[in-house]
Design a protein around this ligand. Structure first.
Ligand SMILES: Cc1cc2nc3c(=O)[nH]c(=O)nc-3n(C[C@H](O)[C@H](O)[C@H](O)COP(=O)(O)OP(=O)(O)OC[C@H]3O[C@@H](n4cnc5c(N)ncnc54)[C@H](O)[C@@H]3O)c2cc1C
Length: 318
């Protein structure tokens, strides 16, 4: 049985995809293979579940990551993998689309989960549809069955002692025909919210920009970071776009998510539903956020949040 392949542009996302691919490989009796850009990473991926590592040759300084597309596509033509999972980062999505086109196969983009139809040996892949209002389940009848998987959809694979695997070197990437003239890093206006263990998220229930200070203070007391719903970042520009959560924003998995004045529309909840604990404050008891929440307070945020800050402060003093 041809293999389950995973590709991501960094270690963290590769480990998540290895975890996603592991059970599939077991169910299909297939090998699990990961792409790596160094022998050190290759060894790590083997220790985390890869049976084989496809080692990519280093790129020249002016070669973009997409230069790997023909190398990956040629390897897929030779090895004929059954399934190919790629991290849904901006670059990953670009590579996935180009590889799928070269292989003339289907691609489920932003796949939020999958299940194996063991009889047909086909993946039933879910993706949100109509802006998150519906779930579309797709199957890809061509090979490989390809999907891009958003970061943090799966936990990283754990290390297993004494695992052995093979490393196969791939040929160098040809020139892509694109010449990079200059690289200007995007200036970061905010922290990487996906790394925060505690997220305090503000929504349109906050009446004025200055009132975000309440959320900031609560976040400070709890040792967390401030995030927001899309309208707060995109329409009102009260917080940077890097910190809005949801289907079109960042997806987070913190230990604690506190939603303040967030209605909890599906497009927002999609980005927070994997939080360990969801706690919501909203004055409308029928707000959808309470359906997703583990704990909630129905009340005016301007009364509840200051009280919480005081309570936490005095509790932390003791
Ligand atoms: C294609 C598409 C993609 C989208 N992607 C995203 C996305 O990624 N992320 C996202 O967040 N949204 C997204 N949206 C928008 C989404 O549908 C909602 O409109 C948005 O999440 C609502 O933001 P909100 O909860 O801040 O505001 P609202 O829906 O206006 O909710 C405000 C809430 O605050 C409560 N409230 C008001 N005053 C108080 C008070 N004093 N005390 C306590 N509670 C109070 C209200 O009861 C209400 O529930 C998307 C929409 C579309 C169509």
């Amino acid at each position: 049985m041809a293999g389950i392949w995973v590709f991501a542009e960094n270690r963290e996302h590769t480990l998540e995809l290895l975890n996603a691919g592991k059970s599939l490989a077991g169910d299909l009796g297939a090998k699990l293979a990961a792409f790596a850009s160094s022998t050190q990473l290759a060894q790590e991926y083997i220790a985390h579940g890869a049976d084989e590592v496809l080692l990519l040759a280093p790129l020249a300084e002016d070669q973009p990551l997409e230069s790997y597309v023909p190398v990956i596509a040629d390897a897929a033509r030779t090895e004929d993998p059954e399934v190919f999972l790629i991290a849904a980062t901006p670059r990953g999505k670009e590579i996935a689309a180009r590889v799928a086109a070269r292989l003339n196969t289907g691609l489920c983009s932003d796949c939020s989960g999958f299940e194996l139809d063991k009889e047909k040996k086909l993946l039933k892949m879910d993706r949100l549809f109509f802006g998150g209002l519906a779930v579309q389940t797709v199957m890809c009848t061509a090979r490989p069955q390809m999907a891009t998987i958003p970061p943090r959809t799966f936990d990283p694979a754990t290390e297993q002692e004494g695992r052995q695997g093979t490393i196969k070197e791939l040929p160098p990437a040809p020139s892509s025909g694109v010449q990079v003239l200059q690289r200007t890093p995007k200036t970061r206006e905010a922290v990487d919210i996906t790394e925060a263990k505690i997220v305090v998220c503000v929504g349109r229930g906050v009446a004025k920009q200055e009132d975000i200070a309440l959320a900031k203070e609560l976040a400070k007391v709890l040792g967390g970071e401030v995030a927001c719903s899309r309208p707060i970042a995109e329409e009102l520009h009260w917080l940077p776009e890097e910190v809005y959560l949801g289907i079109s924003g960042k997806k987070v998995k913190p230990d604690l998510y506190v939603g303040i004045g967030i209605s909890g529309q599906i497009q927002h909840v999609t980005g927070i539903r994997d939080s360990k604990v969801i706690f919501a404050i909203n004055r409308d008891e029928s707000a959808p956020i309470f359906e997703a929440a583990d704990y909630g307070i129905v009340g005016d945020l301007y009364k509840v949040v200051p009280q919480l800050i005081e309570e936490f402060k005095s509790a932390l003093k003791q």
